[in-house]
Design a protein around this ligand. Structure first.
Ligand SMILES: [Zn+2]
Length: 495
């Protein structure tokens, strides 16, 4: 792609974005009084700041300030997490939590609107998971509910949840008991399709393995050195052999954090590797962690180095509540889906052409195999203008989210709203590049309306919450939430 067409695409995209934002800001729905302009700005601020786990200072403040100005009672730094907040409105029961996120991803810096990978100068991170839209739609939904409360009994709490990506912010919040006051919780996630999210997600544990050896001249006195880098390498080799003897639902990933330096003529005295270990549930994840630890100990033994294991974070497996899933399913159908004009479809088509056929099939919900017409539309159309048929599932999906820990404390459900061209995968440059597009804004708006409708339906029909709680009680057998992060472990801002 030449520079001119790249710039042209970028400009066209921004004109579309600006035009939509203008229309979006001017068109207030009946009785709506919230400051839409400020919310749009807040969303853009979060996308631009692209702040990483537990460092979301600007992003968290932008959302908390907005809600405070909208009349919510805001508490910042809750659960000893500087970038977490709680914003409350209303009174009495039920107490409904809405979960907002706003953190970005390392290594996904990307210029908006450009249909090829091109990092934003000066930035290493980007919103490759759409959490700028996530947080803002939740804030908007809460404002819309506030406007419609009209003397109804009910408390709405927006939880500003930091560090979903690699930090398990909500797990720390759950450990601090912040969700104990809730009767239920709802949230959503930006996606390329409109669907209720059902099924389970993996539990995970993340640990640092630090090896300590002895530095020495690699040529002059190699026999006096003990290499921590060798230990890391042997640990990785050992774990790669271990992979053959683990369950299909297990996953083990690692990243080299510290290779011990850049001098091959020095025996590396310190080296570290970070492991992310996933399994079907907390118990299985913990058991797998023990096996990985043994491999690490073996590597230390072989290299005569010492090993220090540092617990980073963990999250539980998901317990998605079918009663609340149905509430969301109904609300999704009650809410008008966005319409897209030709220029928006054309821009989405350009992005869809960058997605490989393999990725496109991977992103297709399995349930569509039973709906050939919807499958055809998913594969051929640029944007999702329909809702994926819903069916409750408890099948395990590969991947993890800290929403799971909220789901272990209180009945929880979530949905996806289409914000990107169909087939856009999470954590991709394409997703980051579409983050400020007109479909992204429209998807955010749709999500806010769905959440509002779902909350109002729950306030009007408290029996649903009682049913959701009964299901939750049966599944958890009434056992109190057990946090997979030990009490003494504090959140880390470093990688
Ligand atoms: Zn995400």
């Amino acid at each position: 792609m030449n520079r001119f067409s790249c710039r042209f695409q970028g400009e066209l995209f921004f004109r579309l974005t600006e035009r939509f934002k203008q229309a979006y800001t001017e068109t207030k729905k009946g009785g709506e009084t919230m400051n839409q302009k400020q919310l749009s700005q807040c969303c853009k601020t979060i996308w631009e700041a692209s702040e990483l786990r537990f460092k979301e200072k600007k992003s968290s403040a932008a959302l908390a300030d907005f809600l405070e100005q909208e009349g919510f009672t805001v508490e910042r730094g809750i659960g000893k997490l500087a970038t977490a907040f709680r914003a409350q409105v209303g009174q009495g029961r039920p107490v409904i939590g809405l979960l907002a996120e706003y953190d970005a991803l390392e290594g996904l810096s990307q210029i908006a609107g450009v249909t090829h990978p091109e990092p934003r100068p000066g930035y290493k991170s980007g919103h490759g998971c759409g959490h700028h839209l996530l947080g803002c739609a939740v804030a908007k939904a809460a404002c819309l509910v506030k406007e419609a409360l009209d003397g109804k009994s009910g408390t709405i709490i927006v939880f500003g949840c930091p560090a979903e990506e690699g930090g398990s912010g909500k797990t720390y919040m759950a450990r601090a008991g912040l969700f104990d006051e809730l009767d239920c919780a709802l949230t959503w996630h930006p996606s390329s399709i409109n669907t209720v999210i059902s099924g389970s997600y993996q539990a995970n544990v993340q640990l640092y393995f630090h090896f300590h050896g002895v530095a020495s001249h690699a040529a002059g006195s190699p026999h006096l050195g003990r290499s921590a880098l060798d230990a890391v390498e042997l640990m990785n080799v050992g774990v790669n052999f271990l992979r053959e003897h683990i369950e299909d639902s297990d996953r083990i990933h690692y990243a080299l954090i510290d290779c011990g330096g850049k001098s091959p003529n020095v025996v590396q005295a310190a080296a570290s590797v970070l492991y992310l270990i996933r399994s079907e549930n907390n118990e299985k994840a913990s058991a797998l962690v023990e096996r990985v630890k043994q491999v690490a100990q073996g590597a230390a033994l072989m290299t005569e180095t010492t090993l220090e294991i540092e617990f980073d974070k963990a999250c539980s497996s998901m317990l998605s509540n079918p009663v609340l899933e149905n509430v969301l399913w109904k609300a999704m159908q009650q809410t008008s889906l966005p319409h897209y004009d030709d220029s928006e479809k054309k821009a989405a088509e350009a992005f869809k052409r960058t997605i490989s056929e393999e990725n496109l099939y991977l992103g297709m919900p399995k349930i569509l195999r039973r709906y050939p017409e919807l499958q055809r539309r998913y594969l051929e159309e640029p944007l999702c203008t329909w809702i994926v048929p819903y069916e409750h599932s408890e099948a395990l999906q590969m991947g993890s989210t800290d929403v799971s820990d909220v789901s272990r404390v209180t009945p929880t459900a979530q949905f996806n709203a289409a914000c990107y061209c169909m087939g856009t995968l999470g954590h991709s440059w394409q997703l980051c590049a579409q983050g400020l597009s007109a479909p992204a804004w429209k998807g955010m708006d749709y999500a806010a309306e769905v959440l509002k409708t779902a909350v109002l339906n729950l306030l009007d029909d408290p029996q649903r919450i009682a049913e959701a709680k009964a299901w939750h009680l049966e599944k958890t057998r009434g056992e109190k939430y057990h946090c997979p992060i030990p009490e003494e472990v504090l959140p880390k801002t470093n990688y």
